[in-house]
Design a protein around this ligand. Structure first.
Ligand SMILES: NC(=O)NCCC[C@H](N)C(=O)O
Length: 404
């Protein structure tokens, strides 16, 4: 499998998803903000909605839907891999020394559960009665949970030149990137097909970048949001790696307002066909600063890139990159409905093929506008899924699409 993508809309052939599990039940009214949720979802209902979503993808495209849990268990059979991941996961609580004791007392599948749903002191005590955790309270996490794991878009990204493994900004999500990197670097379906672009070798604590900020405009151009989650330095290094690789020739840095509803570039726009973009009204003009990275030269193995600040809107950039561009506004541009539907990721539909999208059923005005434009819209229930503030694109990590 060639782990590169040259479009956002080529017919889907394989996608990675995560069926939400016990990690969701770790959310409480007191930790939900830290864990980046706007509410406390009802797990069973959330799972049902997610199952509708993954089944719809299978039925409508025939694509292979990989489940993160299965991939994780497969790579954790390697005890060295498991030990390393447990050690990394225990760092935040200062309990790295417990890694081996956990490894020998829990099965591989249980370890996969712990690594996604977290582990509390009192739970571990059942297996280790003499556990000494110093100052940690009984209900504290020894390993923190990953309730945002069903937003598979963010811990990595595939580009025309290779893979970017995220370095996630918010503490509540940082472990997710370790899980994904471990899977892709060790699973037999993927490990020999990786061209890793980021993090750059030698970065211990890489600047933050998240998959939701990375949008493939074409085989030769990629846009990256400079946002609440992705910073300038990370964009510079990712752009340098992509330009050095040679497939991508232009990387655009797009400045976003630092607001929760615009947390990633894919909350602002998505690409549905070679000439059709869905966007929140005005976002295209409101983006005041865009920079363009291009390759200057490669001399004596050193890569030199150029950054130009463009005094143009995102719209102008897209018009240059996408010939005969048509723009469709969420809720057909009605400001009241667009605002409401933006909160529930109206622009964040998942393209499963050219002009074929999966969208939340609650975004009725946007779905109507899409249909009027000739787009096939498949709807999924969204009462619980939307409580984490991410849409269908956010919940999917396409790993193979037909080339366009
Ligand atoms: N690409 C996206 O916009 N992902 C949505 C992530 C939602 C998650 N609760 C977060 O705040 O990170």
């Amino acid at each position: 499998m060639n782990l590169r993508l040259n479009s956002e809309f080529g017919t889907l052939k394989a996608v990675l998803m995560h069926r939400p599990g016990k990690e969701i039940d770790r959310l409480t009214p007191y930790n939900k903000e830290f864990l980046l949720f706007d509410d406390v979802p009802y797990l069973e209902a959330l799972q049902k909605e997610h199952d509708v979503f993954s089944n719809l993808i299978k039925e409508s495209t025939g694509a292979k839907v990989y489940q993160l849990r299965e991939l994780l268990i497969r790579v954790l059979y390697d005890q060295e891999v498991l030990l390393k991941l447990l050690q990394e996961s225990l760092k935040r609580s200062g309990m790295v020394h417990l890694a081996e004791a956990i490894l020998v007392r829990y099965s591989t599948a249980e370890c996969a559960g712990i690594l996604t749903a977290g582990l509390k002191v009192h739970e571990l005590r059942k297996k280790l009665p003499n556990l000494n955790v110093g100052e940690l309270m009984e209900y504290a996490f020894v390993i923190s949970p990953c309730p945002n794991l069903y937003f598979q878009r963010d811990p990595m990204a595939l580009t025309p030149g290779g893979i970017i493994f995220s370095s996630m900004r918010m503490e509540g999500r940082q472990r997710e990137a370790d899980l994904l990197r471990t899977i892709f670097e060790n699973h037999p379906d993927f490990k020999d097909n990786i061209n890793k672009l980021y993090p750059v070798l030698g970065h211990d604590n890489p600047p933050s970048i998240e998959g939701g900020d990375i949008i493939v405009l074409s085989q030769k151009a990629v846009a990256i949001g400079n946002s609440e989650r992705t910073d300038e330095k990370a964009i510079y290094h990712a752009a340098k790696a992509m330009l050095a690789e040679g497939t991508v020739e232009r990387v655009y840095e797009v400045h976003l307002p630092q607001k929760r509803q615009f947390m990633h570039l894919d909350t602002v726009f998505t690409i549905l066909d070679e000439n059709l973009v869905l966007t929140y009204p005005d976002a295209m003009n409101a983006v005041l600063q865009t920079s363009l990275y291009t390759l200057k030269e490669i001399k004596d193995d050193k890569v030199h890139i150029k950054r130009e600040v463009l005094k143009e809107s995102l719209l102008t950039v897209l018009e240059r990159e996408i010939p005969h561009l048509e723009i469709l506004h969420t809720a057909a541009g009605n400001p009241d409905y667009a605002m409401r539907e933006q909160w529930f990721d109206g622009a964040n539909v998942f393209a499963i093929g050219p002009r074929r999208v999966i969208s939340y059923n609650r975004n009725v005005h946007t779905n109507r506008a899409l249909r009027q434009m000739g787009v096939e819209v498949l709807e999924i229930p969204s009462s619980e899924l939307s409580r984490g503030l991410g849409g269908p694109r956010c919940m999917t990590m396409p790993i193979s699409r037909s080339r366009v």
